[in-house]
Design a protein around this ligand. Structure first.
Ligand SMILES: [Zn+2]
Length: 400
């Protein structure tokens, strides 16, 4: 145990040093840089990314693509997850008239250079072996498929969702809030996947902002999925710019004691915790967290596997409890004018998609989210066509 642990620890540390040191040194150099003769350290040039696409004001800062959804050969049915939940959330919001195909934002796929901002080459190379992807996604037959099929049918949807989280983080800074209808792969870290999480989208989104947005210097992760968010905890363990609050069931996966060291405010729940206790703990600890750390962005991992009856989460939160929880988090962020990005993470029961959609509609009803330009455009379209349905997408970034 200790040898493996030490090796892993050393690798993680070395990885971080290589990642942060040039940036840290450059920052130190520039903070002292008004006088002569100081060492000038070149900051590593950033790669050109296609993920930060331009978005029109009449688009909601809500990110989704039909390519998020995984479905092939029936293999997805072998997993307890409803791998089409993201499409259902979007369909409900469209049905309700909140969104149209041309007023949401379709993200691009995160490429290898984008992923390398957090991921090691060793880890990305390991995904070229189907057996490794089978382990991460917990669908054993995936091991027997040729890797090009696994790449196209399993990993590509995750890479597009990852591109979605990275883009949505930028939108949150610009608009005050944003939602990625997918994402929230909080068990994946820079050098390890697991628990249905192949890419570390939360870590990537934060690191992209640190690198590319001079205004974003500190981030808070509020992880309210039923499971411990060991991926981002490992990634930011030694980075004081990131504060993590994690509320999870202590009796379920991943039991990652090492990663727990990366949590700033840890709230461990007993199985079958119910609404009243849960909501009180979330509210109180969020207030305490924001009392001791003021971030430039909150990344809210809004997993719905806390729902009563979830076979993996083993908690007993009602649909209304989930809606109230999301409202508490958005109220805390919006009342303080802290940009917030929400990702949907775990929770894959059949009724989950309806609850997520209802929660987003509730945030709109309480004016915690809104997009006046999109709403007035939609109203115009509705009155001119007599229906709420989109005629044809005019937005080049939407692919439907
Ligand atoms: Zn979970």
């Amino acid at each position: 145990m200790s040898f493996r642990f030490l090796c892993k620890s050393a690798i993680v540390r070395q990885f971080y040093l290589s990642l942060w040191l040039p940036v840290k040194m450059a920052a130190e150099s520039s903070s002292n840089g008004d006088d002569e003769g100081k060492k000038r350290v070149q900051k590593k040039p950033l790669h050109k990314t296609d993920l930060y696409i331009d978005v029109s004001d009449r688009q909601w800062p809500i990110v989704y693509s039909q390519d998020y959804n995984i479905g092939f050969l029936g293999l997805e049915k072998l997993h307890p997850f409803d791998a089409g939940k993201w499409g259902k959330v979007y369909a409900f919001l469209k049905e309700d008239g909140m969104l149209r195909d041309d007023t949401i934002i379709a993200p691009r796929e995160a490429g290898e250079k984008d992923l390398s901002v957090i991921h090691t080459k060793r880890y990305l190379d390991s995904l070229k072996w189907s057996v490794n992807v089978a382990t991460i996604t917990e669908v054993p037959p995936v091991a027997f498929l040729p890797n090009f099929i696994v790449q196209r049918k399993v990993l590509k949807p995750f890479r597009i969702q990852t591109g979605g989280t990275i883009l949505a983080a930028k939108l949150a800074i610009e608009r005050g809030w944003a939602i990625n209808i997918g994402g929230g792969f909080h068990h994946c870290s820079g050098d390890r996947g697991g628990g249905f999480c192949a890419y570390a989208d939360i870590s990537l989104a934060i690191k992209f902002l640190f690198d590319r947005d001079p205004k974003t210097k500190k981030a808070m992760i509020v992880d309210l999925d039923a499971h411990q968010g060991n991926g981002h905890e490992r990634d930011f363990m030694e980075d004081d710019r990131v504060y993590t609050m994690d509320v999870y069931n202590r009796h379920i996966y991943p039991h990652d004691g090492f990663a727990k060291r990366g949590i700033n405010r840890k709230v461990e729940l007993m199985s079958w915790t119910e609404d009243a206790e849960y909501l009180e703990k979330v509210k109180m600890n969020l207030e305490l967290s924001l009392g001791e750390f003021v971030p430039d962005i909150i990344v809210y991992n809004a997993g719905t596997d806390i729902l009563d009856g979830d076979p993996l989460g083993a908690l007993s939160i009602s649909p209304q409890g989930i809606i109230e929880r999301d409202q508490i988090v958005f109220e805390a962020a919006r009342s303080r004018k802290i940009p917030i990005l929400m990702v949907t993470s775990g929770g894959y029961q059949k009724r989950t998609a309806r609850i997520i959609a209802d929660s987003i509609l509730n945030l709109k009803t309480h004016e915690l989210i809104g997009c006046p330009e999109a709403e007035s455009f939609q109203n115009e379209m509705k009155s001119s066509s007599g229906t709420g349905a989109a005629a044809s997408p005019s937005n080049p970034t939407a692919r439907y």
